[in-house]
Design a protein around this ligand. Sequence first.
Ligand code: KIV
Ligand code: ZN
Length: 515
Amino acid sequence: MQINNIEISKSKLKLPDEVRLFDTTLRDGEQAPGVALTPDEKVQIAQKLDNLGVNTIEYGFPAVSEGERYAARQIHDLGLDANICGLARVLEKDINALLDCDLNYVHTFIGTSPLHRDYKLKMSKEKVLDKATSGVEYAKDHGLTVEFSAEDSTRTEEDFLLEVYKEIESAGADIINVPDTVGVLVPTTTRDIISTLKDNLNLPISVHFHNDFGLAVANSIVAIESGAEQAHVTVNGIGERGGNASLEELAITLNVIYNMKMKIDTTQLYNVSDFVSKLTGIKMPPNKPVVGENAFAHESGIHVHGILENAATYEPIPPELVGHTRKIALGKHTGANALKSKLDEYNIKMNEDQFCSVYDQVKDLGDKGKCITDADLKAIAVTILGKAKEEAVKLVGLSVSSSSGEAVSPTATVKLNINGEEKETSSTGVGPVDAALNAIQILVKGTTNIELEEYNIAAITGGTDALAEVFVITSDEKGNKATGRATREDVIMASVDAVLNSINKILMIKEEGNF
Ligand code: KIV
Ligand code: ZN
């Protein structure tokens, strides 16, 4: 097999014909601190996961609440292609809760490691074995498809782990899952444990790897190379602590590097990631592989030159394969080719001297450590072309009041001139700056919906009369982003000026026919 000129000799591996993805975003993913999804949100995510093509959706844990059971029934009623699975301890009451929701797939578990037996369960090996087999038998007697996990299996004595899994196989389970509960496997130990299980068991093997050491995806790949037929994943890798193996990273590796058969429609990966990020409130770092904002962004002149000649030079994954887009970012590493292609993209025509001036300004801003968005570039270009128009939004007046008690909130009254029309409003906030920015957002709402993405403040001289430099990034409803900066003696004025500066750039980028 040859992809991107990487040769993988499949003959040395025990790769299964097809890999199944078991998505646990709605169960382990929801266990990420700070994440709580309503039943309706779970339904929406389940629908997206089904469209994406995961084989099984672990929707939640029916025994924990009425809301969880309600979500199970709602998802069940969607009639999705994917199996809908619920988590249950090896307890009859947990399995009954799942049966009450009409689900027919259970993921049932019990801790098997010495730590879990001695400190959490306070059970002997015999007792654990007995509980595990009776739970599996009970679930099978009630017609369920049973996936069994020996929790903390990777810190369980090898002979006991094998004994548990063999008993479970005899008890009628359908699939054996191997959870690396605290993410302690490395590729070598993953290969050892999965190969041993494959040699001694007949059931299909699944893996559930946590990412405490950043190895969950790599270990899942090694497990699949060693014969595991299924991997548990979560969208964006969310989950307990450092999270789980990320669906998008695993799916794209199996697709691009291993050319493996899977049900996943990779072109939906970016969209699903974005959707889950919005509903869970967990933002992706820009450098997150596959779905991060920088995953297909190029700044260095050398790279952009290569990309413009043949995208494969610096893109091992075509962005369209995951539904993402390529971005040419501007900064101090920008080369003339990149700048030219950006200007072409916006149909900005200029002569050689004007081009050199834009180029110098971009480099100059980059040297000062600034990033340059598309809106910034447009603002630079219109100024150099002499086409700069009067700013659409101007500050007419501002008054703020601060407070320390709980009874009165900090308030700001802002008057703006928006395209020649004066408008005024007051708003409160956690402090006077927040109040002023809230008031601006309200006033410009009819013109554009602005979100403050980033706000940074620095004192550039010392003392109480220090100059404050404020840097902001705002975005509009279409995802246009613009930076804004201002330096003033007054922190509030610097903040207001910086935000108005970026809003004016966003309005400029929206305006048709600038060039
Ligand atoms: O990580 C884990 O061990 C789990 C169990 C519930 C299988 O999520
Ligand atoms: Zn887990």
